[in-house]
Design a protein around this ligand. Structure first.
Ligand SMILES: [Zn+2]
Length: 65
């Protein structure tokens, strides 16, 4: 268990059995899941996939950044 997970468990308690978008506990855990996902080390294949789907930003003038 990492520190963030321990903190959430300590503060909000265990995850609810079902997800409810209006529930603060569910929201906290969902936030944690998002953080976990972002920090998870990616394999080369996964990285390549992300590179592929990376949006190309363009100004409203059509200029590419
Ligand atoms: Zn809940």
């Amino acid at each position: 268990m990492n520190m963030i997970e321990a903190a959430i468990k300590n503060y909000y308690g265990e995850r609810c059995p079902d997800h409810d978008a209006d529930c603060v506990v569910c929201q906290a855990w969902q936030e944690f899941d998002t953080i976990e996902y972002v920090h998870k080390p990616m394999s080369k294949d996964e990285l390549a996939k992300v590179e592929q789907i990376k949006p190309r930003y363009t100004r409203h003038t059509g200029e590419e950044l």
